[in-house]
Design a protein around this ligand. Structure first.
Ligand code: WTA
Length: 659
């Protein structure tokens, strides 16, 4: 298999035996019907009515799936609904107005609760404000906020008036914000003065201002005052204070705009194989049904739970599993502004204990950090409220799985290892905790109704245990509908590679390599395209390389993902750079770090910058990133016969050993 930077060769094997979820869990699980996989297969696509049935529709849909224009699939057509209505009004009307919707835990130890009614009131006031500022249905509103309650409020206010939101992770740079606003032609921005990063006040508005300078369009900005006196700011023309707007619209309500099922709910930019980020388009009916269904069936969320997904809403995980899924189901979703080790390493466990959290969902990279810190931190707290644990974002190695199971779950909570992507909208591969056995190291079978296959380059299934491309051979309601940049790019990126259009066989290309065992359990092996997954953040090699080659003195650059741990864990970025003659390496290294922070943000900071006189290239002049990945990770080198400059390999290996 061709693969530029990720998996290539040896496949890790999990020898752990299957684990049965405890009977006590199964007895109370939302989905415990052993026949659920079979039923979905028999009733497909009508099986997906179960997902749609979790929502309230203004108009019922006539057709579950329209597939006559594949791969442009349409779900629940004819139906109309509003996402904010489903996440708020119906719970308020249904007698749950005083139930907690959001519990917010701030960075400085403060905490606040929003009941469903309180959230409903604020969302309405903000929706009225946005209307007054000129936002209409289908206008893209960019939201650039940290993990404060105003972030989900702004998303729901947009959803209420039918304006798609595009949330940009608050840690991304001004340039990255500008690129996304430009690509989406977005004329509205909701941001804040600043926020606390660890103990310090950090200026967010300054970044937003710089981004707006790069844009051609006029932008109307709403600013949340998070820091008050600590970071005084002055509002200019076209800038409005969030709380002043709410005051001006006190008590106003806005009728939820009835959206067609296929109308866009939001846009989410993610890294693709080129330098330009992709605007993934999610549709209202299918996405919300899918987020609600997977929250119900996989995360076992119940209305009376306190549920905590410790991701950031700036990424898809937070959209689906902090905001839309849990709120659609009427549960209490916990929103945490801080980091796991501030003010100290007890922080997460203290929050779980104090809030009696029922379900906890986080990333393997976080779990591995907890392992390093030691079990004394979780062991010091009463975590017995926990019923289920989840992981997302990268493969979880069996050792981390066992640790999580033992020290966080007290040996009693099932773990769901959930595979999915920005594009899938929600979980696509995972065990159902009330049905399936768990195999540490393997994500699990495809969800009922999802058809995950491991295929070769021609789209044909490979044998069990053999590695190949992970493909989804049937559409699913949460799938992206297109890319904002256009339908052609959508087809090129996801459908061309493994499909056979003449036979009307469409297979969605995930960009991941995987293998599947005899029981249909999928082990994900990593990306096969030019996307690097660094601690759960997707970055494109091209995006990072473009930033590096902008630095004066740099001739060429190639970046690859480094897997640090012995069990293929904890990824970082290694940048290989050749410089012009007489360049000052130390100054260039510093400039490279700065350039990457400016172009993308601190998350893309390379772990190492390795200088080399030349990059390894094929005879046709292509940089061999696969070889660089092997060198970085101390792997046996694959085929190097195509190399034009084989002598460089030894030098690189020596350089890496020194690092
Ligand atoms: C990876 C995050 C292994 C995968 C929800 C995928 C995983 C990419 C898992 C999507 C998992 C996600 N096991 N790998 N359980 N979950 N991935 O779009 O490479 O930020 O393609 O969505 O993360 O990242 P994205």
């Amino acid at each position: 298999m061709v693969d530029r930077n990720g998996w290539d060769g040896e496949v890790p094997v999990s020898d752990a035996s299957p684990r049965r979820p405890p009977e006590s869990f199964v007895a109370q699980a939302n989905v415990a019907d052993e026949a659920v996989h079979e039923k979905f297969a028999d009733e497909w696509p009508a099986c997906w009515e179960r997902a749609a049935a979790l929502l309230d529709w203004d108009e019922p849909y006539d057709t579950v799936l329209e597939d006559d224009d594949a791969p442009f699939y349409r779900w629940f057509t004819g139906g109309r609904l509003n996402a904010a209505y489903n996440c708020l009004d119906r719970h308020v009307e249904g007698g749950r107005k005083n139930h907690a919707a959001i519990r917010w835990e701030g960075k400085r130890g403060e905490s606040t609760t929003y009941t469903y009614r309180e959230l409903y009131v604020e969302v309405n006031e903000l929706a009225a404000s946005l209307r007054e500022l000129g936002v209409e249905a289908d206008d893209v509103v960019t939201i650039y906020l940290p993990m404060i309650p105003e972030l989900p409020t702004a998303m729901l206010a947009c959803a209420r008036i039918g304006a798609p939101h595009s949330v940009v992770f608050a840690g991304l740079s001004a340039d990255a914000l500008a690129t996304r606003m430009d690509a989406a032609d977005s004329e509205y921005l909701v941001t804040c003065d600043g926020y606390y990063r660890r103990g310090d006040a950090f200026n967010q508005k300054g970044k937003a201002d710089n981004a707006l300078l790069e844009l051609d369009q006029d932008v109307t900005t709403v600013v949340v005052d998070r820091l008050g006196e600590e970071l005084p700011h002055v509002l200019g023309a076209s800038e409005y204070d969030y709380h002043d707007l709410l005051d001006a619209h006190r008590g106003e309500t806005v009728d939820p705009v009835s959206r067609a099922a296929e109308d866009m709910l939001f846009l989410m930019y993610t890294s693709g194989t080129t330098g330009r980020p992709k605007g993934v388009v999610h549709a209202t009916g299918g996405y919300l049904s899918y987020a609600a269904w997977t929250s119900h069936a996989v995360l076992d969320v119940k209305p009376e739970d306190t549920y905590w997904c410790a991701a950031d809403i700036g990424w898809i995980t937070g959209h689906s599993y902090i905001v839309y899924g849990p709120l659609a189901l009427g549960t209490t979703t916990l929103l945490y502004e801080g980091t796991p080790d501030y003010p100290d390493r007890n922080r997460l466990w203290e929050i779980i204990e104090r809030n009696a959290v029922d379900v906890f969902y986080t990333a393997p990279t976080a779990i591995r950090a907890f392992m390093k810190w030691g079990e004394e931190y979780p062991d010091r707290h009463d975590l017995s409220s926990l019923r289920l644990l989840g992981t997302v974002g990268e493969p979880i190695n069996p050792r981390a799985w066992e640790w999580y199971h033992e020290h966080v779950g007290g040996g009693e909570c099932p773990i769901v290892d959930t595979w999915w992507q920005t594009e899938t909208g929600g979980i696509a591969i995972s065990t159902l905790p009330g049905v399936d056995d768990m195999k540490p190291g393997a994500a699990g079978p495809a969800l009922p109704g999802v058809d995950a296959r491991v295929v070769d380059g021609a789209g044909e299934a490979v044998d069990p245990e053999e590695a190949g491309y992970l493909a989804l051979a049937r559409p699913w309601p949460g799938m992206l509908r297109t890319l904002y940049e256009g339908d052609d790019r959508f087809v090129d990126e996801y459908w061309r590679r493994l499909s056979d259009p003449d036979a009307d066989e469409w297979r969605y290309f995930t960009g991941d390599a995987a293998r599947v065992d005899e029981d249909g359990y999928v082990t994900v092996l990593g990306r096969v395209d030019d996307v690097i997954n660094v601690s759960g953040h997707r970055l494109s090699t091209m995006e990072v390389e473009s930033a590096i080659v902008e630095v004066e003195g740099v001739a060429e650059a190639a970046v690859v993902g480094a897997t640090g741990g012995s069990d293929g864990t904890d990824t970082g970025i290694f940048a290989y750079v050749s410089t012009e003659r007489d360049a000052d390496a130390a100054a260039i290294r510093e400039a490279i770090h700065e350039a990457i922070e400016d172009a993308i943000g601190p998350i893309a900071r390379p772990e190492e910058v390795v200088f080399t006189p030349e990059l390894p290239k094929t005879r046709s002049g292509k940089i061999m990133r696969r070889l660089l990945a092997d060198v970085t990770n101390g792997e046996e080198l694959g085929d190097t016969s195509a190399l034009r400059n084989p002598e460089i390999v030894g030098e690189l290996q020596a350089a890496i050993r020194e690092e």
